[in-house]
Design a protein. Structure first.
Length: 502
């Protein structure tokens, strides 16, 4: 414990430099803004800003991008409560009771509980990352190629199980992502694979192009299709600090949501959205009078907001210690680190301690910044909803094109991003979630490398994946997940959860 506190102190020295503080604040502000504005989200925004991180130090870049991620969890609750429009998918549940509270003249209570619950959960999640990260990294150092392959299989299966919509469509997206990840030159033989004679594809598909296309450009096309009228806030905020009775009634929900979100953050494919829905279901089940939910129950705001923020923090643990993304946003984080020449995994803590501990320290600072940004400035954030989207989308597309071109100075990548943007739009129309595709694209090359290495070590014996305890355990967990999701009761419950989200 003393060692962790000492290293955390070193992390605060890294995070407290003027440059890192500035970009932590910038990330928190951008995250809040995209959380407030419907039609944008952390995945699309981080995709847009990935090229800009080339000019930054790796620790500064990851501090800013992580601030965008957990800042969006705060901002999304503001419009969900005041105008019944969730700015972020994790705030869909918050809108159910939050908007009813605002209509009843208790908008201040709902906003304050959302911010306080988010802050406490975020701080707790950061503490968990600080203490659990080194232990998990030590465990991951014992992993060999078969273990890593089985771990990535578990990550992809969990992404399938927890993806919105049809399991068959999620599997199809995973396989499409794996195929796209194989495009380029084979690292072992040097042969070109699926490049169609295009030299621009010899190094594979640009991560920035596919991420921006699937999430940024596709999001713009979908938003242009819908109704984008100006939104007016009619909820009055008389006071921003809740009474003791309100704090007391929300206390248990915040604690339960924090613990639940902490667990979901560690799970591959889990993430903040699933955590918030699970927290709402838990509070409704534990309530003495479940009929209050949907009509202005403060627990319906406190639990989900605490859950999504703690999950947002703890999802960095498997990312940094094992190189395993638990969501599409974490997959983008892996892409950002890789672009800076850093391979996420157990060696990050020892080889880049400034990155690991500086990031954790910045989470504490960022959460403190966010509670200051969100409560006093709530009126400003809501007024930003009046900005016409016809101006926003042009700015987004121009910045995206400049960013894509700046990465490799190749017009081909811009055409590629447009193609993936159209593909992403078509996939959304077919109810195919693009997040599993990105997970497959990121994990595919690493899976292939570890599979080949395992086969070489075992001289072609596939039983190597069942002979090591770690690998066997991970495979068994994957099988249990697949069997569980196939059970009629579980399948029905899963469909109910995602139908509520829609």
């Amino acid at each position: 414990m003393v060692e962790v506190l000492s290293l955390l102190g070193h992390g605060f020295a890294v995070a407290a430099t003027p440059e890192n503080l500035l970009f932590c604040l910038f990330g928190a502000l951008i995250g809040t803004l995209i959380g407030v504005l419907p039609g944008l989200g952390p995945v699309a925004t981080i995709s847009l800003l990935l090229p800009a991180t080339f000019a930054l130090e790796p620790v500064t870049a990851i501090i800013m991008l992580s601030g965008i991620f957990y800042g969006a969890q705060y901002g999304g609750s503001t419009t969900a409560i005041l105008v019944n429009i969730p700015g972020e998918s994790t705030s869909v549940v918050t809108a159910i009771d939050g908007y009813k509270l605002a209509q009843a003249g208790r908008a201040g209570d709902a906003l304050a509980i959302a911010a306080i619950g988010s802050f406490l959960a975020g701080v707790f999640g950061s503490i968990v990352v600080a203490f659990a990260g080194p232990s998990l990294a030590r465990l991951a150092r014992e992993f060999q190629s078969p273990d890593y392959f089985s771990l990535m299989v578990l990550g992809l299966i969990a992404a399938i199980v927890l993806a919105k919509g049809s399991v068959f469509r999620a599997v199809a997206m995973i396989f499409l992502g794996l195929l796209l990840g194989m495009i380029g030159m084979d690292v072992n033989t040097g042969a070109s694979r699926m490049t169609f004679g295009l030299i621009e594809l010899s190094d594979g598909i640009s991560f920035v192009a596919i991420a921006l296309g699937l999430f940024g450009i596709a999001e713009v096309i979908q938003n242009l299709e819908g109704s984008l009228a100006r939104i007016v806030n009619r909820s009055k905020i008389e006071r921003i600090w809740p009474s003791w009775d309100v704090l007391k009634s929300a206390r248990g929900a915040v604690m339960r949501g924090t613990l639940l979100g902490t667990v979901f953050g560690f799970l591959p494919g889990g993430g903040a959205t699933v955590a918030s829905f699970s927290a709402y279901a838990l509070e409704k089940r534990l309530a003495k009078d479940p009929s209050r939910f949907g009509h202005g129950a403060i627990e319906g705001v406190a639990g989900p907001e605490a859950a999504n923020n703690s999950a947002a923090q703890t999802s960095f643990v498997p990312l940094l210690t094992m190189g395993l993304p638990t969501s599409a946003t974490m997959a983008l984080m892996i892409g950002a680190l890789t672009m800076h020449g850093i391979a996420p995994g157990p060696m990050v803590i020892t080889r880049q301690p400034e990155l690991f501990w500086g990031l954790i320290a910045s989470m504490f600072i960022g959460n403190l910044m966010l509670i200051v940004i969100n409560l006093p400035m709530v009126g400003l954030w809501v007024r930003l909803l009046a900005v016409p989207y016809r101006l926003l989308f042009l700015i987004i597309l121009v910045i995206s094109s400049i960013g894509i071109y700046s990465v490799s100075n190749s017009p081909f990548d811009i055409y590629l991003a447009i193609a993936f943007g159209l593909l992403g739009y078509v996939l959304r129309k077919l109810d195919c979630e693009p997040a599993p595709l990105l997970m497959g694209f990121i994990l595919g090359p690493m899976m292939e490398e570890n599979f080949r290495r395992s086969m070489i070590i075992s001289r072609g014996d596939p039983l190597v994946f069942f002979q090591r305890p770690f690998s066997l355990t991970l495979i068994l967990i994957s099988v249990v997940l697949l069997v569980t999701v196939a059970l009629p009761a579980i399948k029905r419950k899963r469909e109910e959860v995602f139908s509520e989200e829609e």
